[in-house]
Every structure is written in C-alpha cells, then in structure tokens.
Design a binder for this molecule. Structure first.
Ligand SMILES: NC(=O)C1=CN([C@@H]2O[C@H](COP(=O)(O)OP(=O)(O)OC[C@H]3O[C@@H](n4cnc5c(N)ncnc54)[C@H](OP(=O)(O)O)[C@@H]3O)[C@@H](O)[C@H]2O)C=CC1
Ligand SMILES: N[C@@H](CCC(=O)OP(=O)(O)O)C(=O)O
Length: 425
C-alpha cells in the first residue's frame, strides 16, 4: 500500500473510532486505561528490549546526548508510564460536562457542554513515554488519535502501541481509537496534515524543521508545541539565596527538554554580586557561557575558566541549545529584560527572580509567553507538575490551548439549548 493510501486508511478508521469514543462511558475508558497499565507492566521486559534496539541504532547513528536522553526508557520509566495511565484514569472525565446554563428572557436555557475534538494527529519527538501519555489523554478526552513518533523510537512505540490496543480491546472499545503510524517515511506526516476530512487537529511537538513544514503545508488546524527558548531574569531585588538554586535547576537538571532555560538575563545593579557564583556553579557542571561583553568581563574577573566563556552573537539570543550551553546578558533592569524576552523568546516559559511585588506583577502581565513564573525554575512547565495528570505537550500557540495541555485542552465546548416549545419572536 502506498503511503497516501495507508494514511487515508488510518484516517478513515480513526474517524469511525472517534464517533464510538465520543459516546463511550467513563467506566469503559477507565477500564481501558487500567488494562493498558497492566499490559505495560506485564510486557516491561519486551518494552525495554525494543528500546534497547532503538538505542543501539541511535548510538550507531551518532545521535547527540539530548536525543539519547529522550529516547532512553528504563525500568523506572516503564513503571512511570504505567502509573501515568492510572493517573489519567483517576482524573475526572471532562466529556459531557455542562456549565454556564442561564435562562434567557425568551424562556430558553442556554449553556455549554464539553465535547471531544474528534481525531487528533500528533507528531512528536523520539520519546517513548509520549506514545502512552498521548494515547491516554486522547482516549480519556473521547478523541481518536493517530500518533507519529520520532523515527528513532519506532520499535519501542510499536511495543507500547500493542499494550494500548490490548487495553482498548479489554474494555470493548475500538482498537483503532489509537493508531501508531508504522512507517518512518516523512511522507506520512505530509499526508496526516493534509486530510481535514479525517483529522480535526494536528499537534506538532518538535523543533524548527517541523515548524517550517507544518506552516507551509498543513490544511488541518494546528496547536503548535514547539521549541523552548526559555529565560530566567535576575531582578534588582532578587533574594540572593534563591538565585543559584533556580538557575542551576532551570539550566542543568535536564539539558534536552523544551522547558530548560537557555538564556539568563541579569540586572546590572546585582550582576557583580551574583554572576560570579552563577558562573562558578555553571562552570563546575561543564556549562559553556555565551555572554555579552559586560558579563564576560565579570565572569573572567571571578576566575571562571576562559574555555567556558564565549562571546555571544545576535544568534545566541534566539538559540535553543538543548545542551550544556547558556546565553548570558546583563540588562538595564526590568524594562530591558521584558523587551529582550518578548523579542527573542519562543513564547514557552520565562521566570523572574525578585522579592519586589510590583516588578513580579509587571513581569507576569507584560511577558507574552505561555507560562510566566515568579521565583521558580522554568523546569516546572509540565502537565504533571501543574496538576493535569499528564500532558500532550506544551503549547506555544496562543489560541485554543496555551502551555501544558491536558484533558481540557483536547476538548472544546458546544452551545446547548433547553427549550419547552419556545419560538423566536
Ligand atoms: N513544546 C513542547 O511540548 C515540546 C517541544 N519539543 C521541541 O522539540 C525539539 C526536540 O525534538 P527533536 O526530535 O529534535 O525535534 P524534531 O522537530 O526534529 O522532530 C520531532 C518530530 O517531528 C518530525 N519532523 C521534523 N521535521 C520534519 C519534517 N520536515 N517533515 C516531517 N516530519 C518532521 C520528526 O520526524 P523524524 O522522526 O522523521 O525526524 C519527529 O517525529 C526541541 O526543539 C524541543 O523544544 C519537544 C517536545 C515537546
Ligand atoms: N514536560 C516534560 C518534558 C517535555 C519535553 O520538553 O519534551 P522534550 O523536548 O522532548 O524533552 C518535562 O518537563 O520533563
């Protein structure tokens, strides 16, 4: 079967399954999720074996550390997938929720009902847990899913898909409610994003190459989950005790994730007090610092090894390194920090370190990103950490859903009207 015909077949099957899922009971959906969790645990050894095959191929292909980190599944990771499925089962079912019912002067009552989006196509990086998380969230929100994971994770994704199908079957739900694309040919992505008759929304999780293709070709509505050029800004009134721990966590806890901080902005009035300690911490962890001239001079004076210091170029302010590299700029206070972030950020997540209420509130209001934080690490931008149970990803779009997307982001609301024979006059 050629790729277009294959993808059309998946699309038709998904559309049919989506109608059944939209009407599925909460009990059936939860039974499926719990059965999936049990299959994942039962088949842990074969999931790890499939992941080992993917990892061997990735190492042979010379993939970088961030990619290997994403791709790696450990026994703990398998257990986390199973627990994640159980957590989604425990979440309240959003489908069918009726809100905002108000009686109108005409006598009718007008309200809203939460409903699934239909068929969701998700294109994502080579991170196996996303296959299970996306399947679970789509199922619980009553949507059918077509999942196209990164090519490096193909074997592991197929193994997880087997568990998902087994769970759906155990609950008497259509097995085609979740379909994992079984080819790495990117023509499948091209087909997925151009069949609006079968796919209601596309969620692309990825970097710049993916953005370009989706922007050029998609004929289906898109909720972009794109790159994270996240910032930490150290304000004039930052609590010294909070600075190094937040910068350390935001930059070094995991280098490869989209919520990792890539740029550090420091207010000039506190730069000589805090940059030496930040520089020492970053140097001790092997992080390269790409600084403006002023920050480099301070870091050199503090005795930071020259090998770790590089002059930043204009390009560095827009860069998502996904690596032990950080851009550093000294700014003239809050106004310049906000201006810098709104110019260069990818609109994902930004944090301010300050004890000044007015500065904190201005930062919250004026920084135009999906998550804006006060005195916390950007690494917190995550569906689980925000209490959503899990996440489809972090939307960098402004409409429909912004930031970590969970069950509610995968639904919309339709208007409902209760009448008793009223007619319009
Ligand atoms: N906001 C968020 O929620 C998330 C953002 N990201 C971002 O993703 C990036 C890291 O992941 P990475 O794997 O490098 O991202 P990529 O964009 O390289 O790949 C992600 C997915 O997109 C596909 N893809 C990429 N380019 C094309 C194209 N031209 N045509 C068709 N398919 C394409 C890949 O397919 P293939 O396998 O064939 O390469 C893969 O399935 C970072 O920028 C990170 O911030 C990642 C996860 C979540
Ligand atoms: N939200 C998740 C990470 C999601 C994400 O960034 O994915 P990726 O860019 O593939 O590492 C977390 O905070 O661990």
């Amino acid at each position: 079967m050629d790729i277009n015909t294959y993808m059309l077949t998946l699309g038709k099957q998904a559309r049919a399954a989506s109608r059944q899922l939209a009407a599925a009971s909460t009990e059936a959906k939860n039974t499926a999720l719990l059965a999936m969790a049990s299959e994942i645990r039962k088949r842990a050894a074969s999931l790890l074996e499939a992941n080992a095959r993917d990892l061997n191929a990735a190492r042979e292909a010379g993939l970088d550390a961030a990619m290997i980190d994403r791709l790696t599944l450990t026994a703990k990771g398998v257990e986390a997938i199973a627990t994640g499925l159980e957590q989604v089962a425990a979440l309240p079912d959003p489908v069918g929720e009726i809100t905002d019912v108000k009686r109108r002067p005409s006598g009718i009552q007008v309200g809203k009902m939460r409903v699934p989006l239909g068929v969701i196509g998700i294109i994502y990086e080579a991170r196996p847990n996303v296959t299970a998380d996306a399947a679970a969230l789509c199922l619980k929100s009553g949507n059918a899913a077509i999942l196209r994971g990164g090519k490096e994770a193909l074997h592991c994704n197929q193994a997880i898909a087997d568990c998902v199908r087994a769970g759906l079957k155990a609950a008497g739900l259509p097995e085609r409610a979740v379909q994992v694309v079984d080819t790495t040919d990117r023509a499948a992505v091209g087909a997925l994003i151009t069949m609006p008759e079968f796919v209601d929304v596309i969620v692309p999780r990825g970097g710049k190459g993916l953005i370009e293709r989706i922007s050029r070709e998609a004929r289906v509505p898109v909720i972009k989950h794109l790159d994270g050029n996240c910032h930490v800004y150290v304000d004039d009134e930052a609590d010294p005790a909070k600075i190094v721990p937040i910068v350390e966590n935001a930059k070094t806890q995991r280098y490869g994730t989209c919520n990792t901080t890539e740029s550090l902005l420091v207010s000039r009035t506190v730069a000589d007090l805090c940059l030496p300690a930040i520089g020492q911490m970053l140097a001790s962890k092997g992080v390269e610092m790409r600084g403006c001239a002023e920050s480099l001079a301070l870091l050199r004076d503090a005795g930071i090894d020259n090998d770790k210091l590089v002059a930043a170029t204009e390009q560095d302010w827009s860069e998502e390194y996904l690596a032990p590299i950080i851009a550093i700029r000294i700014v003239d206070g809050l106004d310049e920090a906000i201006e810098h972030i709104n110019t260069y950020s990818s609109g994902h997540t930004e944090a301010i370190i300050t004890e000044n209420y007015t500065s904190a509130m201005r930062f919250l209001r004026e920084v135009d990103s999906a998550s804006v934080m006060i005195n916390a690490s950007t690494r917190f931008a995550d569906g689980f950490e925000y209490g959503l149970g899990a996440e489809i990803g972090i939307s960098t779009d402004k409409i429909h859903a912004r930031g970590p997307v969970g069950l509610e982001g995968l639904t919309s609301q339709k208007w409902i009207v209760f009448g008793n024979g009223e007619i319009r006059r």
